[in-house]
Design a protein around this ligand. Structure first.
Ligand code: BGP
Length: 476
């Protein structure tokens, strides 16, 4: 298996899922701080009475404390360095920089924190890879503006992004504007700061909000070109490779359409530079009228597409519109039916390593842009043994299979530049808001109720990944 010499092996986290310290050093409240934890978290976010009020009787423990990365980042990055990380993908919490989102001047203490994180990475020759917005935004913007449905968000976001690029542009080359941009269509609360009361159920507003993010992202690309042409600004998409259940033409057509909607649409705008030809059909499906656009928007999207495509890959999606009895698969974020050839994780995610190779080929053939797998991994319940380790051969097998398929995609000619498995250190789950769904190479002693020491322990996968990186992917 041959990976390029400069392949970016690393790991990924997000501020709201690991930092904790949710009010430290001038940080404002973010939407993530107002999302209660617990298995039915998504249900709550979709319930008609959810309104962003922080109700102290609910459990906010996981987000508010995270894994205390805010205070332990040095120890954590040292552990990443011990594994041999070439890069570390993390996100910046918008609310540490602009607590409400509308201030004219940034919060220096927030910037100072990320400066230390970045410098710690550079000290170990770890390339920082920064997500500008990962499933959070100032709560104030969600409450006062209804989130991204309001065009003014573009100004607030680009002012924030400019501060980051100007401050860190000489130290950070790789940026991503929005985590899982197509998540807007599935989880408008996380992506757009929109809940039922502010229109999350209204597809017109959801697509309008997404349009504002597209424009904001292109403005960041423009800004980066002007500041320093070396900067690489990426998009980030959920990729869930699509299969028709069988060769029935109706299933093939349904798969084509779903694939266009789930995997293609946002990439066409952000990497291809224009709304795709099937936009009208998609809008008709949801009764969406033409979006409100400024005269310059389309030209901006065309002139400033992203430099690379980052993707998260956890599952494939199988579709069957012919058999109404086909069993649905419970956990898959992008829906679909049970694929009889695939295993599902404990959370019902249908894992499929070969689907990653297919997805990488599909994306690369279409856009010819460098690809970066910035999330992938197995969420599992881990057991800390008496000698303080975790025997996570299930995770090793999962990752080895996916790395093998990435190697094959590279052999197919795909320009894949890096791999940052998700939650390289255990952190709070986005969908459940709990600790018990773990992805890490490093175990964090903390449970769903807030008990534990926060101590870190190396799992078996820690040593395995160390050897994978040392051998540049050949020793799996
Ligand atoms: C992605 C998100 C991450 C992350 C991951 C795993 O969709 O970008 O934030 O959490 O999924 O999901 P979960 O934590 O729900 O298992």
């Amino acid at each position: 298996m041959t990976f390029p010499d400069n392949f970016l092996w690393g790991g990924a986290t997000a501020a709201n899922q690991c930092e904790g310290a949710y009010l430290a050093d001038g940080k404002g409240l973010s939407i993530a701080d107002a999302m209660p934890g617990g298995k039915d978290r998504f249900k709550k976010l979709f319930s008609p009475d959810f309104d962003w009020t922080i109700d102290e009787s609910r459990n906010y423990y996981p987000n508010h404390f995270g894994i205390d990365h805010y205070n332990r980042y040095e120890e954590d990055i040292a552990l990443f360095a011990e594994m041999g990380f070439k890069c570390y993908r993390f996100s910046i919490a918008w609310t540490r920089i602009f607590p409400k989102g509308t201030e004219a001047e940034p919060n220096e203490r927030g910037l100072a924190f990320y400066e230390k994180v970045i410098d710690t990475c550079l000290h170990y020759h770890i390339e920082p890879v920064v997500t500008i917005s990962h499933y959070e935004m100032p709560l104030y913007l969600a409450k006062e503006f209804g989130g991204w449905q309001d065009r003014q968000l573009i100004d607030h976001y680009t002012r924030y992004a400019r501060v980051l690029l100007e401050r860190f542009g000489d130290k950070v080359t790789y940026w991503m504007t929005f985590n899982e941009i197509n998540g807007a269509l599935h989880f408008p609360a996380l992506s757009l700061g929109m809940v039922p009361k502010t229109g999350a159920g209204n597809k017109q507003l959801v697509f309008q909000g997404l349009h504002h993010q597209f424009v904001a992202s292109s403005l960041v690309v423009k800004m980066a070109r002007e500041l320093n042409p070396e900067l690489q600004i990426g998009m980030m998409t959920i990729y869930a490779t699509g299969y028709a259940f069988d060769c029935h033409p109706a299933n093939q057509v349904a798969n084509m359409e779903k694939n266009q909607e789930v995997n293609g649409f946002c990439c066409e705008v952000q990497a291809g530079g224009a709304y795709p030809p099937y936009t009208q059909r998609l809008f008709d499906k949801y009764g969406v009228q033409p979006l409100t656009m400024a005269p310059e928007d389309e030209q901006l999207l065309k002139e400033y597409p992203v430099d690379y495509i980052g993707l998260s890959y956890y599952m494939s999606t199988t579709i069957d519109v012919v058999d109404p009895e086909a069993a649905k698969v419970a956990g898959n974020l992008t829906g679909g039916i049970k694929n009889p050839y695939l295993e599902t994780s404990e959370w019902g995610w249908q894992t499929d390593a070969a689907g990653l190779r297919i997805g990488l080929n599909e994306l690369y053939q279409r856009f010819h842009k460098p690809l970066f797998v910035v999330e992938n991994g197995l969420g599992a319940v881990d057991v800390l043994t008496e000698d303080k380790t975790v025997h996570d051969d299930y995770r090793i097998n999962y990752l080895a299979e996916h790395i093998t398929e990435m190697g094959k995609a590279i052999a197919d000619g795909v320009n894949l530049i890096g791999y940052t498995p998700w939650g390289c250190i255990d952190l709070v789950s986005a969908s459940t808001g709990e600790m018990s769904k773990r992805y890490g190479f490093i175990y964090v002693d903390k449970d769903d109720e807030g008990n534990g020491t926060y101590d870190r322990y190396r799992k078996d996968s820690f040593y395995w990944y160390q050897q994978v990186i040392a051998s540049n992917g050949s020793d799996l």
